[in-house]
Design a protein around this ligand. Structure first.
Ligand code: NAD
Length: 510
């Protein structure tokens, strides 16, 4: 276990990182929002939360910028994102510091999150020359049929605490090359990272002569989010967070015929078959289940292991869990940082108690850690619970490092267990049998948006579309063709024949 930095030390580190990124802290200080660190659980600064009028002003400014930005050629828009990517590379360490300070991520994961921002900028720059529409053969002579993709408008981005910067960047880099502008309502738990990112993007905007107002940030709680969600000047709301949040946001946007990209809760499983490479599987499972202190939407929460290897696998996992270094996320030796706050730790305790009531056997973990050094923080030892069946608590997402272990006898049963939860984000299978792998990825296999073979459920790359099915919300963002959600499609028919010809052979000649 590693010692914990003092709140004063963390505050100074945050101030320095913010200054390097160009944030003027005095301009945003106030008493309506508390910037805290999960490392000690204490307050760093008081900030000023946005009012509803601030949200309206931000949307109006972003809309005014959109009216200009949509006419800028897409490859020129790409130049802004290229410059932003350069600034992110230059400030990678500072941004990673802030991610660790606010989200409690260990060093390599914080750096990895910033790398993801840089990667999506690279992707978006290339995309700026590839916003392809199709040309289809027209059924009429002398006609051309094609589609054109146009900018959509202001994109409202609502983000969660656990990926405080990457998710915004996935949305923003793609939205900007698509010709949209962005208003961001970050998690109330991670305002500092949002200020730093916005300052860097503002600098890229100034450096490239792009219209000011393209990128707006409004700090605050769900109330600021609701104001953004209800704005008629926001045609697309991309919201990442709990399924509870999605249930509130989705219908509100639908009621005004807006579009949503919903990236909500997961309850991800991996199937571990007898033919799997056990060293590889155990290694991958430990990262997927205990990494990020169990606070990824793609965290592995259910391990569905074949009965013949279950005892051996659990024994190896328990040994690995007991060796995990837990503590201050800054030292490079730490592998498990804190939960985001003490409430998250209490929810983990509650779920463990329920699991035991529902017949589970706690194999390891669950104890609160560092209670003397950091009494206000939520450090815990990741837990493994063997469950007799997929009970109620197993079907819920508890945003903490609890791995429920279930056993199966045949692959159909394993797939049924994988799919028998309301969420549908990520799934994995560990197997040496190609047939099993293919079956798991097939139409009647895992029903999730991400399905991996010999890889855990977490740690996606930006090149693919990211998102999940069912209560995970159905949205897709990041790579592949996710950009289409950020644009509007026009189907164009051009008649160069010099005479009127109606489709489907309709005759209306007078
Ligand atoms: P949360 O739902 O508490 O908050 C997420 C964001 O939504 C915050 O900015 C919050 O202020 C805002 N919000 C909450 N209620 C709102 C409302 N009614 N209207 C408008 N905005 C509202 O989530 P969290 O605790 O920050 O993050 C953890 C959750 O996010 C987990 O469930 C996790 O699985 C999920 N998550 C999903 C993905 C994904 O891509 N599927 C990625 C990261 C996190």
């Amino acid at each position: 276990m590693t010692a914990v930095s003092s709140t004063d030390h963390i505050r100074t580190r945050a101030e320095d990182a913010l200054a390097r990124c160009g944030v003027e802290l005095t301009a945003v200080k106030g008493d309506s929002l508390s910037a805290r660190t999960p490392i000690t659980g204490q307050e760093l600064f008081g900030l000023r939360a946005g009012t509803p009028a601030d949200v309206d002003r931000a949307v109006e400014a972003a809309h005014a910028a959109f009216l200009v930005w949509r006419t800028v050629p897409a490859p020129v828009r790409g130049a802004l994102v290229k410059r932003f990517g350069e600034l992110l590379t230059e400030h990678k360490e500072s941004l990673a510091d802030l991610v660790t300070v606010e989200a409690g991520k260990i060093r390599s994961e914080a750096l990895g999150e910033v790398q993801e921002m840089i990667d999506i900028c690279d992707f978006a720059v290339g995309l700026s020359r590839q916003l392809y529409g199709r040309t289809m053969p027209s059924e009429r002579p002398g006609h051309r049929l094609m589609e054109t993709w146009h900018p959509l408008g202001v994109v409202g981005v609502i983000s969660a605490f656990n990926f405080p910067v990457a998710v915004w960047a996935w949305n923003t880099a793609v939205a900007l090359v698509c010709g949209d502008t962005v208003v961001w309502k970050p998690s109330e738990l991670t305002p500092l990272t949002a200020l730093a990112c916005t300052a860097l993007l503002d600098r890229a905007i100034a450096d490239t002569g792009a219209p000011a107002g393209l990128s707006q940030v409004v700090l605050g709680t769900a109330d600021s989010g609701t104001r953004l969600v209800d704005s008629p000047l926001v045609p697309l709301v991309s919201a990442t967070g709990s399924t509870r949040m999605g249930r509130a946001v989705g219908p509100r946007v639908a009621a005004r015929f807006g579009r949503t990209i919903l990236e909500l809760g997961g309850n991800n499983a991996a199937v571990l078959t007898p033919s799997a490479d056990l060293d590889l599987a155990v290694n991958a499972v430990v990262f997927a289940a205990a990494g990020t202190a169990g606070q990824r939407c793609t965290t592995l929460r259910r391990l569905i292991v074949h009965a013949d290897v279950a005892d051996a696998v659990v024994e190896r996992l328990v040994a690995a869990y007991q060796r995990l270094p837990i503590g201050d996320p800054f030292p490079e030796t730490t592998l498990v940082g804190p939960l985001v706050n003490a409430e998250a730790q209490a929810r983990m305790r509650e779920s463990l108690d329920r699991a035991v009531e529902e017949g589970g056997i706690l194999c390891t973990g669950g104890e609160r850690q560092l209670t003397e050094e950091a009494p206000d923080a939520g450090y815990v030892r990741p837990a493994i619970v063997r469950m007799p069946a997929q009970t109620a608590v197993v079907r819920e997402e508890t945003f903490a490092p609890i791995l429920y272990v279930l056993t199966y006898r045949d692959l159909d049963e394993a797939i049924r267990l994988n799919n028998e939860v309301p969420q549908g984000l990520s799934a994995g299978i560990f197997t040496g049998d190609q047939g099993e792998a293919e079956r798991f990825m097939a139409a009647d296999g895992a029903d999730c948006g991400i399905v991996n073979v010999n890889i855990g459920t977490s740690g996606a790359e930006i090149g693919g579309a990211f998102g999940g099915e069912k209560e995970t919300g159905g949205g897709r963002e990041s790579g592949s063709d996710a950009w289409r959600s950020y644009m509007r499609r026009a189907t164009n028919t051009v008649n160069y024949s010099g005479r009127v010809a109606l489709a489907q052979g309709v005759d209306f000649s007078q």
